[in-house]
Design a binder for this molecule. Structure first.
Ligand code: TXA
Ligand code: MG
Length: 331
């Protein structure tokens, strides 16, 4: 398939919107990561998204809207909490899970009775949704299992030849995917952490909310720290990756030691350090660092962990999956 790669002029966004209307696939920038979009109400178009990504088809998608009417087109639920979330965080990197109306195909929701909805802030995304007049289902525009794409080059690397169109845009400001919050219970629950943190939401709602317990601990019974844990690998670079946790000075020393050791064995090694004072910057850079290392054909990535509070918690959620829970605790 020939993939049109277009500058995001108004005229070209209209062309892309027509592709969506006709059941085609368009990759587009959002403030978090690039998305791979299709008409959320067209089960066949959504099936093609799974196919293009090489993704298991039980994984539900986020549906992108541009207006509050777009929200009530997809769900009957409207609560005080939802209103507060909308006014504080939309448009922006927040996704709300709510009961789905019948018009949302089961293909889009991965067979669930709920639908995940997000109103993105990036103007190109907003225009694409508005011009198409449709809700747009969009997972991240990467091949399944690979790091999420935060630049248009990442999207071209993964999707050229597999989809109809790529809209060029700026590098993504946030760099990690949206915060996903389940709004169906009496108390909201974070299902995927993002740049909007639990504390941010609690401050807006004026009450405590929940965190999906699976985010806190081990991914399964057979979890063993320092084991490759291939089963849980996701957002993964081609290189082997080890994450070093502990006091940041000692981590630096241990990483340098390990790097020298591996290089002596003839391995190409890259060390990734973050400004631990600025987890937002780490979020912005993280996926790009992994893809850059792969481009340089690095064999092993040694990465410094972040403090698991605030946005650091959200970055660590990705980092631990990227390395397949291959963690080295520095004592
Ligand atoms: O920032 C983002 O959210 C990006 C951009 C493109 O908007 N999209 C994205 O989509 O990250 P994806 O498909 O990579 O991740 C969707 C997440 C998954 O963790 C999925 O399990 C969850 O949202 N999700 C979707 N629908 C759900 C539902 N009905 N109930 C629970 N979780 C759901
Ligand atoms: Mg994804």
């Amino acid at each position: 398939m020939e993939t049109k790669i277009l500058e995001s002029t108004t005229e070209n966004i209209r062309i892309a919107a027509k592709i969506i209307k006709n059941g085609g696939l368009v990759a587009f920038p959002t403030e978090t990561v690039y998305g791979l979009g299709a008409n959320a109400l067209d089960a066949d178009a959504v099936a093609n998204v799974y196919y293009a990504k090489g993704r298991p088809s039980d994984n539900p998608m986020i549906v992108h809207i541009a207006t509050e009417k777009g929200f009530s087109d997809l769900t009957d639920l409207m609560t005080e909490d939802i209103k507060i979330m909308m006014s504080n965080f939309w448009p922006g990197p927040l996704t709300m899970v709510v009961p789905a109306k019948k018009i949302v195909p089961k293909r889009t929701t991965g067979g669930l009775d709920t639908v995940a909805i997000r109103m993105p802030e990036e103007q190109i995304a907003k225009d694409l949704i508005e011009f198409s007049g449709l809700p747009i289902a969009a997972p991240s525009a990467n091949l399944s299992g690979k790091p999420s794409p935060t630049t248009v080059e990442h999207v071209i690397d993964d999707m050229q030849g597999r989809i109809d169109c790529i809209l060029k845009g700026p590098n993504c400001q946030v760099g990690i995917e949206s915060t996903v919050v389940d709004m169906t219970g009496t108390v909201p629950m974070i299902l995927r952490p993002g740049i909007i943190t639990k504390e941010d939401i609690e401050e807006a709602l004026g009450k405590e909310i929940l965190l999906d317990p699976s985010l806190l601990g081990k991914p399964g019974e057979d979890f063993k720290p320092k084991s490759p844990g291939m089963k849980y690998k996701h957002y993964a670079p081609k290189a082997e990756m080890i994450v070093f946790k502990g006091d940041s000075e000692r981590v630096r020393v241990e990483i340098a030691k390990k790097k020298a050791e591996l290089e002596k064995e003839g391995k190409k090694v890259e060390a990734i350090f973050f400004n631990v004072e600025n987890p937002k910057e780490a979020a912005h850079d993280f996926f790009r660092e992994l893809r850059d290392a792969d481009k340089r054909n690095v064999d092993v990535i040694l990465s410094q962990a972040l403090d698991e509070s605030g946005v650091g918690f959200s970055v660590m959620n990705r980092m631990l999956k990227s390395c397949g829970y291959n963690i080295f605790e520095v004592k």
